[in-house]
Design a protein around this ligand. Structure first.
Ligand SMILES: C[S@@+](CC[C@H](N)C(=O)[O-])C[C@H]1O[C@@H](n2cnc3c(N)ncnc32)[C@H](O)[C@@H]1O
Length: 326
């Protein structure tokens, strides 16, 4: 959408559709400051712990390549994947070679060749998974791309209850935040304006963003609004459930990039997960059976058995564990 500051149609008419909003957002996102102290150091350390000096890293929801580029700079072989073509184009514009390689893909439908030592979802991007089904689908897709010894890292925001309580339920007019940004291609000055609201029923924080192009005196020449974005506010138990349902298991939950343990007051929830052992497909699953020899009567009976060791039953019966394929 494009309107002049007074609400009349833009006096510099341009064709502004979704594409333009997307591209504008991608270039201006990149012109701002994003990042958390210690973030890249932790990602690099985890990748090296698993993958050695040249770990293979998948940066999921890579945006304009902030994390992917930093990890490639320190020797990792990186793939960056993002659902936004515009974000990936900005990322691609920064690299000449094949590391990182860039892919347009929804995190729920990743289908890449190769597997990775570390799969990282940084910058709160996992919170775009706003239903339990989406979260599990995305984690399953990541698991399919994970080395058996690999790790998945999720950086999730842990906002204070006070902030969440303060949010209104209805989106309002976005307010300017931060300093104006210079568009790297056009040299135009753009001011970011944002407004947070909340859908308490679904625990989604809703970010309404608008970009305002500024004139020489700081006057607003045009405003380009974006579709509001929903970011799910995860609770620990929800992530744990999604991790387990995706065939993963939690190795650690940190509260910060210094690996301090997570507490409810931590600003971040940094989840470290690995693959749970593969389960054989249904129908070919190995089941344990217990053969009970009834010594007083001349027959045996085989029953499903929960125990893992050979054990004795009450007088007259001997129970031996046998393995069988169902
Ligand atoms: C806040 S940016 C973070 C980018 C980058 N990880 C960083 O930390 O700088 C969120 C990114 O998530 C991407 N994203 C949103 N939904 C996605 C999805 N379903 N699959 C893949 N990427 C997605 C957006 O396109 C955007 O680039």
């Amino acid at each position: 959408m494009s309107v002049a500051a007074d609400g009349s149609p833009d006096d510099h008419p341009r064709v502004i559709g979704e594409q333009r909003d997307d591209e504008l957002h991608a270039w201006l996102y990149d012109a701002g400051e994003v990042g958390w102290p210690g973030e890249i150091d932790l990602y690099r350390a985890i990748a090296r712990e698993v993958g050695g000096d040249v770990p293979r890293v998948l940066d999921v929801a890579c945006g304009t390549g902030r994390i992917a580029l930093a990890l490639a700079d320190v020797g990792a072989r990186v793939t960056g994947a993002d659902v936004s073509t515009a974000m990936v184009e900005v990322a691609r514009s920064k690299t000449a070679g094949s590391n990182p390689r860039w892919v347009v893909s929804d995190m729920r439908r990743l289908d890449l060749d190769g597997v990775f030592d570390a799969v990282i979802v940084g910058g709160h991007s996992f919170q775009f998974m706003t239903t339990p089904g989406d979260a599990v689908e995305a984690l399953r897709a990541m698991r399919r791309h994970l080395e058996p010894t690999g790790r998945i890292v999720l950086h999730i925001d842990n906002p204070t209850p006070g902030w969440l309580d303060s949010l209104p339920e209805t989106p309002d007019t976005p307010e300017p935040v931060g300093a104006p940004r210079v568009h790297p291609l056009t040299g135009e000055h753009w001011q970011m304006a944002q407004h947070w609201s909340i859908d308490r029923t679904r625990r989604d924080a809703i970010l309404t963003w608008s970009w305002q192009r500024l004139g020489p005196q700081g006057e607003i020449l045009e405003a380009v609004a974006q579709e509001p974005m929903r970011l799910h506010v995860f609770e620990v138990a929800e992530v744990e459930r999604a991790v387990m349902a995706a065939g993963l298991r939690t190795e650690a939950v940190y509260g910060g990039f210094d690996r301090s343990p997570f507490t409810p007051a931590s600003p971040s929830m940094i989840w470290l997960a690995r693959r749970a052992p593969d389960r054989p497909p249904r129908g070919r699953r190995r089941r344990a059976y217990c053969t009970v020899y009834l010594t007083a009567v001349p027959f045996t009976v085989t029953l499903p058995c929960a125990r893992k060791t050979v054990h004795e039953e009450p007088a007259g019966t001997v129970c031996r564990l046998t393995d069988s394929t169902a």
